[in-house]
Design a protein around this ligand. Structure first.
Ligand code: ZN
Length: 59
């Protein structure tokens, strides 16, 4: 299931199925958006992204 979106500015990775207003996705610039292949948290972490506390850690 696809769904991870990284923010290059904050280095946080969000899960699109669990977005909260605190994620501030709407404030993220298109150029700061990072998708992952493969679309896994492990891959995102290996690229120095941290899981978002609102949409990933509190799920
Ligand atoms: Zn989030």
């Amino acid at each position: 299931m696809i769904g991870l979106l990284g923010d290059k500015k904050t280095k946080l990775v969000h899960h699109l199925d669990g977005l909260k207003k605190e994620c501030k996705i709407s404030e993220m610039k298109i150029t700061d958006r990072q998708y992952f292949t493969p679309d896994t948290l492990e891959n995102a972490k290996s690229q120095n992204f941290s899981p978002c506390e609102w949409c990933i850690l509190k799920q």
